[in-house]
Write a protein that binds this ligand. Structure first.
Ligand code: GDP
Ligand code: IMO
Ligand code: MG
Length: 427
């Protein structure tokens, strides 16, 4: 009888997928509420290793109802690919629901993403090129197509013919790019829509009914607080709001339906794509973290930038989302370090800063002020209870808790689901 929101606290790839998978045994529903196929959630459990982009992690257990709610932008091609891949691996996807209100990512969104990135030059964001920005932009400018539009052939034809006309004018006159074929997009989309139609329903009502019936629900965040279009390091952010407010907007659940908000961190920070990163380790130490954490993008394969834990940004995320608890993933990645650093403030030309400035040019000039903690210099991957962790590792996690202002609930020491230490059960 609990609704728990699992929220990314950093710049994404905190291993939210692993945490949702760990909680899923006790869940009735798992719900994606924002973002799209820009997400890449790695799960390693008894069934194998999976990288999910659009399907909620709940699909790995057919008992669970998995919901792609209204706030998600759905690329039908990716959903179908993921369903087919899981079915090839012996996991039938029967219990999936897709919101009739969810906006659809269409081929022209991906072309537009690419054209805009090329055109930005030095302002390039380093997007995943999955069409996310253009799809949310069309949603805001009321030129989007929703699932309910594409499953109705007449509606699809009429709306699409208008939008493709607009896109072709944009592509040719602004970018000098080739036009796309309306007939081809229509045909492809109609085929995808027929395939997905059985999954499409009113998920707002479904979720409200589930909560009223006392089901256990996991709201699976994608991306993360620092990539939030409102509160992140704008403009190098994504086009949705991954912080907890979206768990209501993106599902139709009222704020009071959410019982618990859990912030997911890694023991260090990582970032893929452009933008300031005060604690970045662009050196051999960073390379060690990247190798030990296998920090290469799940969606694009790009090497991720890595750096020390930044408690200024951690506290910002904890307050913004009202984290009841936090999770520290990949603690084992720091096993071999003699000294482990936590950023506790910034030094800037204008003086000391203890919060995230709105202007990313200011953030880019911030120099971290570090607190040094002793490392534990022994393997932790076999630890399964808090007591099994070296004293220095316990101290590191507790110190993060003091600095960000909430208690730790889970620590993980390996990518496999079993490498989990639970201090406070979350579901
Ligand atoms: P998500 O998008 O938040 O679900 O996270 P991803 O799956 O994209 O990325 C998580 C990254 O952290 C991957 O590169 C994993 O290899 C790494 N990772 C997560 N948990 C652990 C852990 O406990 N130990 C180690 N060594 N690596 C981990
Ligand atoms: P998960 O759910 C990490 C980043 C991109 C880029 C910026 C904008 O796996 O944590 P977009 O394609 O969204 O317009 O790109 O956001 N980004 C992510 N980085 N993890 C993600 O998702 C991300 N989704 C988008 O790299 O910097
Ligand atoms: Mg990821």
């Amino acid at each position: 009888m609990t609704v728990v929101a699992v929220i990314g606290a950093q710049w994404g790839d905190e291993s939210k997928g692993k945490i949702v998978d760990g909680l899923a045994d006790r869940a009735d529903l798992v719900v994606r509420f924002q973002g799209g196929s820009n997400a890449g959630h790695t799960v390693v459990n008894e069934r194998g290793k999976f990288a999910l982009h659009l399907l909620p992690v709940g699909v790995l257990d057919p008992r669970i109802t998995s919901v792609i709610a209204n706030g998600v932008v759905v690329d039908p091609e990716v959903v179908i690919e993921e369903i087919d891949e899981l079915e090839r691996r012996g996991i039938p996807v029967t219990n999936l629901k897709i919101s009739d209100r969810a906006h659809v990512v269409l081929p022209y969104h991906k072309i537009q993403d690419q054209l805009q990135e090329q055109s930005r030059g030095e302002w390039k964001l380093g997007t995943t090129l999955r069409g996310i920005g253009p799809a949310y932009a069309d949603k805001a400018s009321r030129d989007g197509l929703r699932m309910c539009d594409i499953i109705d052939p007449e509606n699809l034809h009429d709306r699409l013919s208008y939008v493709v006309g607009e896109k072709n004018r944009l592509f040719s006159s602004v970018y000098g790019a080739a036009p796309i074929s309306f007939a081809q997009v229509l045909e492809r989309t109609a085929v995808y829509a027929r395939r997905l139609k059985p999954f499409v329903c009113d998920t707002v009502e479904l979720l409200q009914d589930a909560v009223a019936a006392g089901k256990n629900v996991i709201l699976e965040g994608a991306q993360a607080t620092l990539l939030d279009i409102e509160f992140g390091t704008y403009p190098t952010v994504t086009s949705s709001a991954p912080s907890v407010g979206s768990a209501c907007i993106g599902t139709g659940l009222p704020p009071k339906a959410i019982d618990r908000v859990v912030g997911v961190f890694k023991a260090y920070y990582s970032r893929v794509g452009n933008g300031p990163f005060p604690t970045e380790l662009d050196n051999a130490l960073g390379e060690t973290i990247r190798k030990r954490g296998n920090e290469y993008g799940t969606t694009t394969g790009r090497p991720r930038r890595v750096g020390w834990f930044d408690a200024v940004l951690g506290r910002y995320a904890a307050r913004l989302n009202g984290f009841d608890h936090f999770v520290i993933n990949a603690l084992d990645v720091l096993d071999e370090f003699e000294t482990i650093r936590i950023c506790v403030g910034y030094e800037h030309d204008t003086g000391r800063l203890d919060r995230l400035p709105a202007d990313t040019n200011v953030l880019a000039r911030c120099r971290p002020i570090y607190e040094d903690l002793p490392g534990w210099r022994r393997p932790t991957t076999a630890a399964r209870r808090w007591e099994d962790l070296p004293r220095e590792a316990q101290h590191y996690v507790d110190r993060i808790g003091q600095l960000i202002g909430c208690p730790p609930a889970i620590v993980t020491v390996g990518l496999h689901r079993k490498c989990t230490i639970v201090r406070t059960p979350l579901l």
